[in-house]
Design a protein around this ligand. Structure first.
Ligand SMILES: *[C@@H]1O[C@H](CO)[C@@H](O)[C@H](O)[C@H]1NC(C)=O
Ligand SMILES: *[C@@H]1O[C@H](CO)[C@@H](O)[C@H](O)[C@H]1NC(C)=O
Ligand SMILES: *[C@@H]1O[C@H](CO)[C@@H](O)[C@H](O)[C@H]1NC(C)=O
Ligand SMILES: *[C@@H]1O[C@H](CO)[C@@H](O)[C@H](O)[C@H]1NC(C)=O
Ligand SMILES: *[C@@H]1O[C@H](CO)[C@@H](O)[C@H](O)[C@H]1NC(C)=O
Ligand SMILES: *[C@@H]1O[C@H](CO)[C@@H](O)[C@H](O)[C@H]1NC(C)=O
Length: 251
């Protein structure tokens, strides 16, 4: 029984229980790095939070006060009992892997976070080139632009539906953001996004196609007007003829 227990314990100590957790945050945010308390035995030697396996932000020991790296002291909260670290006002340079390394019988990693700090994405602008629009179909090419990327896509529409040539388009920009253009109902959407933010620009297809709808309305008006005038003339003619006949009879 005891042997089994100790084998189990040995296994536990040897297996690295931590899995790197991906965390995406915006510049200026805070990150809360945790260890599971059950991973920390009462009689450990040192527990250190390390950045990229080199810099120890803080190290805890059961027998002394926590030691804090001077570069982090002004923007870090920590807890010597729960062993968490809260790092404030993150900058892009803080992106990297944070590990909690526990030195007991051996050294093992009890928590690992892969932190990526991103700026919010810049605005996206859509420009429309109407290739052609005849009464029943319309071709448009849109170009979505951000400060460091462009993406174009062509749409073919009839009065009811549109199709995006080659399907949805997307691109990874130089700043590792995602630029995407797609059809959404009767609109075209450009979406510029990363893991922490997104911006969009939207156009309505009807604002760029089927302008003949407007002229069709006025054509209809003209038709009505002409028809009305004809009607009036005809009625006048009929009345006129009628009156003339009456006058003739009276003579
Ligand atoms: C750490 O734990 C706190 C409270 O349980 C939680 O709010 C926070 O999201 C955790 N941090 C991470 C990076 O998962
Ligand atoms: C600490 O800050 C100093 C001064 O800003 C810098 O030169 C040094 O590289 C930093 N050290 C670490 C480990 O971040
Ligand atoms: C951390 O996350 C970034 C962004 O997703 C990825 O490129 C990088 O390979 C990851 N690093 C590790 C050590 O998991
Ligand atoms: C529409 O115009 C754009 C730019 O003028 C051009 O790149 C694209 O090939 C044209 N598409 C069609 C279907 O004519
Ligand atoms: C739009 O483009 C498609 C294919 O690119 C073409 O078959 C169609 O005639 C075009 N329509 C107009 C109105 O130019
Ligand atoms: C833009 O993309 C982001 C990330 O994929 C998504 O969360 C958001 O809903 C999208 N916005 C629109 C308007 O489609």
């Amino acid at each position: 029984m005891d042997t089994q227990k100790s084998i189990f314990l040995t296994l536990l100590l040897c297996i690295d229980t931590s899995v790197s957790r991906a965390v995406f945050l915006q510049t200026g945010d805070s990150v809360f790095l945790n260890v599971t308390e059950t991973d920390v035995p009462a009689d450990f030697a040192i527990l250190s939070w390390k950045f990229n396996a080199k810099v120890a932000l803080v190290s805890f020991s059961p027998v002394r006060e926590p030691r804090v790296h001077p570069n982090y002291s002004s923007r870090m909260d920590y807890d010597g009992k729960k062993y968490f670290v809260k790092l404030r006002n993150l900058q892009k340079a803080d992106s990297g892997v944070y590990t909690a390394e526990l030195a007991a019988f051996n050294v093992k990693t009890v928590a690992e976070y892969n932190v990526t700090v991103q700026d919010p994405v810049s605005p996206v602008k859509m420009a429309v080139t109407p290739n052609s629009s005849v009464s029943l179909s319309c071709n448009l090419t849109v170009t979505c632009s951000t400060e460091d990327a462009h993406i174009s896509s062509t749409f073919t529409c009839d009065t009811k539906t549109c199709q995006q040539e080659g399907g949805e388009r997307s691109q990874i920009t130089k700043s590792a953001a995602f630029l995407h253009v797609q059809l959404s109902g009767q609109s075209i959407i450009c979406n510029h996004s990363n893991q922490v933010s997104w911006t969009k620009d939207v156009i309505k297809i009807q604002d760029h196609c089927f302008h003949h709808d407007g002229s069709a309305v006025s054509f209809c008006l003209v038709k009505t007007a002409v028809f009305s005038v004809c009607l009036v003339i005809m009625v006048c003619a009929v009345i006129g003829v009628h009156i003339m006949e009456r006058l003739k009879k009276q003579e």
